[in-house]
Ligand binder design. Sequence first.
Ligand SMILES: Nc1ncnc2c1ncn2[C@@H]1O[C@H](COP(=O)(O)OP(=O)(O)O)[C@@H](O)[C@H]1O
Ligand SMILES: [Mg+2]
Length: 405
Amino acid sequence: MSMTVNSSDADQVIAHYQRLIEISQQLNSTLDLGSLLKKIISAARELTNTEAASIMLIEPSTGDLRFEIASNIAVQDMDEIIIPKGSGIAGWVAQHGEPRVINDVTQEPSWSNRVDDTIEFHTRSILAVPLRTHTKVIGVLEGINKIGGGGWTENDINTLNTLASQAAIAIENARLFQQNDFIAEMVHELRTPLAALKASTVLLLRPDLPDNRRHDIITTMHSETERLSRLTSEFLDLARLESGRARLDTSRFDTNKLLEESVDVVVQQANDKNIAVSVQCDSITANADRGKIKQVLLNLLTNAIKYNREGGWILVSAKPIINHENLPYIQIAVQDNGYGIAKEHQKHMFEKFYRVADTAGFTQGTGLGLAIARHIVEGHGGQIILESEVGVGSTFAFTIPQAVR
Ligand SMILES: Nc1ncnc2c1ncn2[C@@H]1O[C@H](COP(=O)(O)OP(=O)(O)O)[C@@H](O)[C@H]1O
Ligand SMILES: [Mg+2]
């Protein structure tokens, strides 16, 4: 009898390690930080059989720990939770670079229920391990509440530790990749307007230049400097969003007011092209970063104007919905009857610098607006989608959290 039990135990351990190797391979091939972090916490939960998991990363400037992702914390609550350097269980793990096992938090003096109170979650047990690269600890990976109630096993501790060391390297790689990729693209994009400006100044220096030519050149210089300044500020926005350094400043606000206010900003631009803009929205209270959501809306609205024909129309609407996790969200849609976007371009639409050649040819832009929009929306736990047909028009719709009473 005991033979059978032992061999099935051994089978389990082998299957477990095989799964760990599989997961490590997946982690190393993921260079997008957001999806990497998601994979890490879902692997942590699966491998140690726990209710929830979270990742905190060390803020280099202060040494504090900040929640990057947590399966039991809503995105909009995450910002408010910062664990000061060295404090609490996670702080201890980050400082000492060693795991901590707490099978019953009520018996643990350094445990504080501050986070639980913020998110209405009941923590019973914690297994916290350092995220350690070759040279330093960059954060903490936590499993919370062992399923089944029993304590953490030796196997859980070893497994989470192994996962954490793989995860730390993958996180470092993703961060480095982001930076290099970004700097290369940025330099490339800045070159074009800079070359135009340089050529213009050379022309302006010619004494034989007729006055009407001078005027044209100055107009070009003006629009190229505008483009440069838009590029640099959008670059910075996107760099902050991609590195996870952009913080959401959430508050409750009326969606209808925000839509009206955003339409007001672009109404002149729409009038110039004879485009009618209408708003259809009940008064729904959102809980989100108002400034950033306005930025998303303004980009969708200016796109709907820029890539529209004379005399077109735009409809901006908002309605309450329940998202896939059963949470109350608001769906905001910007619909136009402009040129539309062909199927083969649609899947690339939210990539940075992507512009459709035949529409982009005659309008100014950076190709960053939709990439920024996607980051902002996903940062709120929402989604942005596109439906479009060439010659008919496009609808961009995104979701943001609704305020709960
Ligand atoms: N409403 C729309 N209708 C048609 N094409 C669009 C629309 N919105 C965006 N596009 C296409 O998507 C590209 C990327 O948009 P965006 O990221 O906002 O960059 P930009 O507007 O600076 O070019 C645009 O260049 C355009 O080709
Ligand atoms: Mg745009």
